[in-house]
Design a protein around this ligand. Structure first.
Ligand SMILES: *Cc1c(COP(=O)(O)O)cnc(C)c1O
Length: 388
């Protein structure tokens, strides 16, 4: 008999009933150090008091009114995002994949309105992940995600991540947009070198192509800048955001320049829940804390500390781990044993990590993890490695 919850997830035999900072408490009372943060979502850890307060205050005032009316919390968050980023305008969604949907629609509508309705093709890369909606799976293109779900949304070209020759050959003034993650998350923590992002920007400028960055996982302070592309000094035309911006409350958004957004006029897009007061109140509290130079400096310092511990782990257990990679507090340990075995060993040692493609385990701790917790992470990961 089919379970009452549609059985699409392979769940670990763990049930967390409480969260406090970087810690999750299992139903049986065991405490787990959370280096997964709900897949880079709990940017400020669990039950962070300012977020709890922001949510409670908004819940007392009004939960939902719809986009038929003005929503002050939405306006306030949009103003903050525009102030802190390249963006001139923001549309609020509820998830990463919805942000992908709008990014694709926005790019195509842009060219339609420019009198080039045939300019619909979007270049994407192998190993990428853009969510599970029809546009998201077509954009990622992997057999694992698309098999059985045809006919797929047309108009996506897939190039090998890192194949510059193929990219130069494919780029032309027939291409609508290039969509890329500055650091691939699900693909196994694969950073796009800054020089490549600069090169992509130049290529886009040369052919008038729109650059869409998917910062759903690597954004909101994760790499030690508010958004990962800031390391390279170039800016996108359109950017997808979700995960960390809600700190655990479901909210996402699409950021765009005025030019790139020019096709999205009255009535061209909408969402019932998108920009809901509760989500926006929490998003504003998250961003207020993260979009701060002192906070980001601490993320970078702690990232250095964690990375150093992980390098030590690789040196101590060369038969378990191959290397460390990533950026900021978006780190990956490439494994020599099966990555999911390492994750399972971590559970036994009371530490949570997240598997990714390319036999990697991801470490995506809360951005406000403490130095003591980083030391504890090393202790628990060492215990996990010893058990293998
Ligand atoms: C998680 C993720 C998505 C999809 O987000 P959902 O909220 O699960 O729809 C899209 N892009 C990237 C890079 C992601 O990591």
């Amino acid at each position: 008999m089919i379970p009452s919850v549609l059985p699409t997830y392979a769940r670990a035999p763990l049930t967390f009933v409480k969260g406090e900072g970087s810690w999750l408490v299992e139903a049986d009372g065991r405490r787990f150090l959370d280096l997964g943060a709900g897949i880079a979502v709990n940017a400020l850890g669990h039950a962070h008091p300012p977020l709890v307060q922001a949510l409670a205050d908004q819940a007392q005032a009004v939960w939902h009114t719809s986009n038929l009316y003005h929503i002050p919390a939405q306006q306030k968050l949009a103003d903050l995002i525009v102030d802190k980023t390249f963006a001139d305008t923001v549309f609020f969604t509820n998830s990463g994949t919805e942000s992908c949907e709008l990014a694709v629609k926005m790019a195509r509508k842009y060219w339609f309105d420019k009198g080039q309705p045939e300019r619909t093709e979007i270049i994407c890369f192998t190993g990428s992940f853009h969510g599970r909606s029809s546009a998201g799976i077509a954009a990622a293109g992997s057999e694992k995600m698309t098999k059985g779900f045809g006919p797929l949304l047309p108009g996506f070209t897939h190039l090998e991540f890192g194949d510059h020759d193929a990219l130069n050959a494919a780029a032309s003034d027939k291409i609508a947009a290039i969509m890329v993650e500055p650091v691939q998350g699900e693909g196994g923590i694969r950073p796009l070198p800054d020089a490549c992002l600069k090169g992509l920007r130049d290529l886009c400028d040369e052919h008038g192509i729109l650059l869409i960055l998917d910062e759903v996982q690597c954004g909101v302070g994760r790499t030690g800048k508010l958004f990962a592309h800031e390391w390279s000094g170039v800016t996108p035309d359109i950017m997808m955001v979700a995960k960390g911006i809600g700190g655990g409350f479901p909210i996402g958004c699409v950021l765009a320049t005025e030019e790139a957004a020019s096709g999205m006029t009255l009535g061209t897009h909408g969402s019932t829940y998108g920009g809901n007061p509760l989500g926006c109140a929490v998003g504003h509290a998250v961003l207020t804390e993260v979009a701060d130079d002192a906070f980001l400096a601490e993320v970078n310092r702690k990232a250095g500390l964690l990375r150093q511990k992980l390098e030590g782990l690789v040196a101590s257990f060369p038969e378990v781990f191959e290397s460390v990679r990533g950026s900021g507090l978006m780190l990956g340990l490439k494994c020599k044993v099966i990555n999911t075995d390492v994750v399972t060993a971590g559970y036994a040692a009371g530490v949570i990590t997240v598997p990714a493609a390319d036999n990697v385990i991801r470490l995506l701790p809360p951005l406000n993890i403490t130095d003591e917790e980083i030391a504890e992470a090393q202790t628990r990961l060492t215990a996990a490695a010893e058990s293998l």
